[in-house]
Design a protein around this ligand. Sequence first.
Ligand code: NDP
Length: 395
Amino acid sequence: MSKVLIIGAGGVGGVVVHKVAQYKDVFTDILLASRTLERCKKIQAQVKDLRKRDIAIARVDADNVKDTVALIKDFKPKLVINVALPYQDLHIMDACLETGVDYLDTANYEPPDVAKFEYKWQWAYQDRYKKAGLMALLGSGFDPGVTNVFSAYAQKELFDEITSIDILDCNGGSHGKAFATNFNPEINLREITQRGKYWENGAWKDTDPLSVTMDFDFPGVGVRKAYLLYHEELESLVENIRGLKRIRFWMTFGEQYLTHLRVLENIGMTRIDPVDFEGHKIVPIKFLKALLPDPSSLAEGYTGKTSIGCLVEGTKAGKPRKVFIYNVCDHAECWKEVRAQAVSYTTGVPAVVGAMMMLTGKWRGEGVFNMEQLDPKPFLDALGSAGLPWQVAEH
Ligand code: NDP
């Protein structure tokens, strides 16, 4: 039915390609384009081997709008799925506007020289997308993404009033490496080393990085210590969930991970500003990325599960209610199915479900949308069969 262009051949891009290849009647033609053609070739061969489908590949620097425009004009997709890095978001949105094609991503734009997660740059495209009759779907991964849809579902189906949401993200798996990140190291480390922030009683509150913790019993994993972080979906959920008094985001980390992180921070290896090195300028975090394992290389032999969800509190029919809406995903099962680990899988599958919603007209609109602004039902109906079954547990 539709041609799709996927930009970014990393851990998440691989999952997206495998998954769109499974839905032949929705995605009739697939083009994977990325900065390094070798990585596209690897995914192309895997998809041929495991799914018996041919996909086209191309090299593109998505920071170059002209190149992306030329690629889009040549392939004529109905939708561009951006699973490159957040730095490319605005450039790819510009290319989509110029060519009249819908857009989807999984992470909000970040300027390369400041670790700042804000929707303001992408929300600024609202009028231009509306005017062009195009749709841009922002943050269609797990968190952001499925967590936004869980929150919308809680609002629509489970509660009369929601007072608080705690988004809880646990990776209870083990990749056997001393230190590695499960998605792009640069983006991941920028996210967790910034100051914490949450929203309460109408105001944002700041915390020192990783200074607030709570223990939580994660289904499928067990009790783990979770650390309060700022995460981008908080910004849009505050706008779109009515009556909310507090919203926070939590992520678990093991002691070994945190010890490595502290050392790297203390010696300046997570800095994002350029430093002089033997007559060259280098950005320490970019150099660190070159040394750390590639997230997609962690997949083989990864054991354990991820457990991610929304703990929602409020009232229903005059009585207090508290539920955890969640998914548990097994790393080894993801490897078997699409040669990926669960962090890439839980991001790539919702991107494909979001794309199906757009291409089948179940989610349609003109302008820029966060996930909770659309009807949660068709998305959640499709999510389980796409590989991410979800549950609601009363607390
Ligand atoms: P990777 O680093 O594994 O992959 C990123 C890919 O994008 C690489 O293949 C890279 O190319 C390519 N790329 C980078 N710059 C450009 C460019 N200028 N032009 C074209 N291609 C480019 O990252 P992940 O797959 O782990 O993550 C992908 C995205 O998913 C990120 O934006 C991340 O923030 C997001 N994410 C979202 C989550 C969610 O739940 N919402 C969770 C996890 C990730 P090269 O191979 O040359 O480096």
